[in-house]
Ligand binder design. Structure first.
Ligand code: SF4
Length: 305
């Protein structure tokens, strides 16, 4: 049995045990990648040892802190269901895990932007559910993301988490990535972030495209002008003009909306902040409709006067 096949069998066998754990109230476990490999190599799992349950869907969460310490978290799906009919081109979860793993091995040591490779603490690969129906794409890691190796973990990330919660989802239900995987350098400055250059985004873009191809989300949300510019390779993209209007990216519906940092920036003027937050919430309601997520009267009424 090849390694990929053995890993697939191991994942499926683990599925039954995870369902038992879920009934016991445990919703995720951490699996050491090297252990998985050694088990797969050992051939100790027999393909017929555990039946595959058709009802089981194995979402996969990948933390990419460093190539050595990376861990794979496997949990039971709580995200909106994507049926094969809705997404016929999506590969099985185990194949997507393999693909994403292979991609992360390529990205984590990337030196294509020598200045960023030198200044970064770590590459911020992306994080979330490989089974996600919804993918958020931002611009680039900031200082906190660079520290933690995860996207959207600072104040803007907390606001994004609240938006996701308000949609009735959890951060672990979605996938989050940036158009640039390394923190843009700010020579001479310990604090502050800068916008990625078009050249940097162009260099990094193939990685994001492959993430999109692997996950095949049903909907993408582009957060802010820079994400839009990076995705479409057009520095003239305007978030003010595009916000709230459906676009198509690689045949996937894409909703452009404001970056959470912009909303935080507006908080110094509460009335304006409320107006802008309401616009973003309207965009999220459109996303929920597109994903067939039921919308309650309370959700519809957020921000209504
Ligand atoms: S920003 Fe992207 S292309 Fe540039 S070094 Fe980092 S991972 Fe590589």
């Amino acid at each position: 049995m090849g390694m990929a096949e053995a890993l697939q069998v191991l994942l499926r066998a683990t599925a039954d045990w995870l369902q038992l754990e879920q009934r016991r109230g445990i919703h995720s476990i951490v699996v050491n990648e090297e252990l998985l490999r050694s088990v797969a190599h050992s051939g100790g799992i027999h393909p017929q040892a555990q039946p595959v349950r058709h009802s089981f869907k194995e979402p996969v969460t990948m933390d990419s802190k460093s190539p050595k310490s990376r861990k794979i978290t496997i949990g039971l799906e709580t995200s909106p269901e994507v049926s094969p009919a809705q997404n016929p081109i999506r590969r099985p979860a185990s194949a997507r895990l393999d693909d994403m793993e292979m991609l992360s091995r390529e990205v984590l040591p990337c030196q294509l932007c020598p200045h960023l490779a030198q200044s970064r603490k770590q590459v911020v690969f992306g994080h979330g559910n490989l089974n996600a129906a919804l993918m958020f794409i931002g611009e680039a890691p900031g200082m906190e993301e660079d520290e933690q190796g995860l996207p959207f973990v600072g104040k803007a990330g907390q606001l994004l988490n609240r938006m996701i919660k308000a949609m009735g989802l959890d951060r672990e239900d979605v996938y989050i990535a940036n158009v640039l995987k390394c923190r843009p350098d700010t020579p001479g400055q310990a604090y502050g972030n800068r916008k990625p250059t078009p050249e940097e985004m162009e260099r990094c873009n193939p990685y994001l495209l492959r993430q999109v191809e692997i996950i095949q989300p049903r909907v993408i949300v582009a957060l802010g002008a820079t994400a839009l510019q990076g995705l479409f390779g057009n520095p003239n993209e305007s978030i003010t003009r595009s916000r709230g209007k459906w676009r198509s990216f690689r045949d996937i519906p894409l909703m452009p909306t404001y970056h959470p940092s912009y909303l935080l920036h507006k908080e110094s003027v509460p009335d304006q902040a409320m107006i802008e937050k309401r616009k973003v919430w309207e965009d999220m309601l459109s996303v929920m409709e597109k994903l067939d997520i039921p919308i309650s009267a309370k959700q519809r009424g957020y921000f209504s006067q």
